[in-house]
Design a binder for this molecule. Structure first.
Ligand SMILES: Cc1cc2nc3c(=O)[nH]c(=O)nc-3n(C[C@H](O)[C@H](O)[C@H](O)COP(=O)(O)OP(=O)(O)OC[C@H]3O[C@@H](n4cnc5c(N)ncnc54)[C@H](O)[C@@H]3O)c2cc1C
Length: 267
């Protein structure tokens, strides 16, 4: 067993460019400086991170630290995102943000971000694959999980199969996803994700293969969907929890402080 502690990285990154991939997805590409390359070479695309967002008008990143008093008007807000891709050759780190308005610091930051802006980003060094290596996958996510599911699909091998359910705001938010695996994607559209999701209902209608130990279920979405599907797979279907991963990515009506922080730990 490898008992080497996982190294955590915190660094300040500069925006290289920003673009709207679709009406509700903003892609922000950060420059990886020479001195950040060794740190990033140990991080997997698709892993999650913590972003540290400076308050409006504050140019420096004041990382919150236990035991260190920092003026609350300066300290960065922490949110969880996905390292959509890490390209060491181009020296680019990419994060895709769902645009849900200026009601949250992360979404607001992405909407207003410009080349040259800074963001603190924390990650874990690990080459562990995002999901275990198996023969087939059921991947379920709302818009916030499109980045991680895109990265998972890119990492699946030839001969593997994946059935994917993704819910986005509207048809024009569909993205082109690449994979060597045999992938069947069903897109669902939901203009008001804060008011509920179609995912649970849709998954329950779907005829699923018996989960022989070669099938893995991954669910990442809003709290109510995750809670519902966790019960569905584990209790109603009685599937082996070792082959099911369910993670709340956000909670309607609550900021991240109030929801996922406790699940992820601090990076
Ligand atoms: C492991 C992990 C990986 C994630 N990866 C990504 C990612 O790559 N891209 C991404 O966009 N998100 C991702 N998320 C989700 C993201 O962290 C949350 O959506 C987060 O709440 C956004 O922070 P905020 O500051 O914009 O809003 P907050 O301040 O947290 O919330 C403010 C208000 O906005 C609402 N809200 C938050 N998110 C949404 C949303 N998506 N749609 C509608 N209303 C919302 C809240 O319910 C609240 O009422 C990930 C979450 C986790 C746990």
């Amino acid at each position: 067993m490898n008992n080497t502690p996982i190294k955590k990285i915190r660094s300040v990154f500069t925006v290289k460019n920003k673009s709207f991939l679709t009406p509700h997805f903003i892609r922000v590409v950060f420059d990886i400086r020479e001195d950040q390359l060794p740190l990033l070479s140990e991080v997997t695309s698709g892993s999650n991170n913590k972003i540290f967002i400076p308050p409006k008008g504050v140019k420096l990143i004041y990382f919150p630290e236990r035991g260190r008093e920092i003026n609350s008007e300066l300290v960065a807000k922490v949110r969880t995102y996905t390292n959509r891709s890490i390209d060491l050759e181009k020296r680019e780190l990419t994060i895709d943000f769902v645009v849900h308005g200026e009601n949250g610091p992360a979404s607001a930051w992405a909407i207003n971000a410009q080349a040259g802006d800074c963001l603190g980003i924390g990650m874990k060094q690990s080459h562990k694959p995002i999901l275990p290596n198996l023969e087939s996958y059921l991947l379920v996510g709302d818009a916030t999980a499109v980045p991680v599911i895109s990265a998972i699909l890119e990492q699946l091998a030839v001969g593997v199969t994946a059935k994917v359910f993704l819910e986005v705001t509207e048809k024009s938010d569909e993205l082109m996803l690449c994979s060597a695996a045999s992938v069947d994607i069903r897109w669902l559209y939901n203009p008001e994700p804060e008011r509920g999701s179609l995912l649970s209902h849709c998954i329950k209608q779907f005829q699923m293969n018996n989960p022989a130990q070669n099938n893995f279920v991954f669910v990442a979405a809003e709290y109510s969907t995750v809670k519902d599907l966790k019960v569905f797979f584990r209790v109603q279907l009685g599937w082996d929890p070792d082959f099911i991963s369910t993670t709340t990515y956000w909670k309607s009506g609550a900021s991240e402080e109030a929801t996922v922080e406790k699940q992820q730990g601090t990076l």
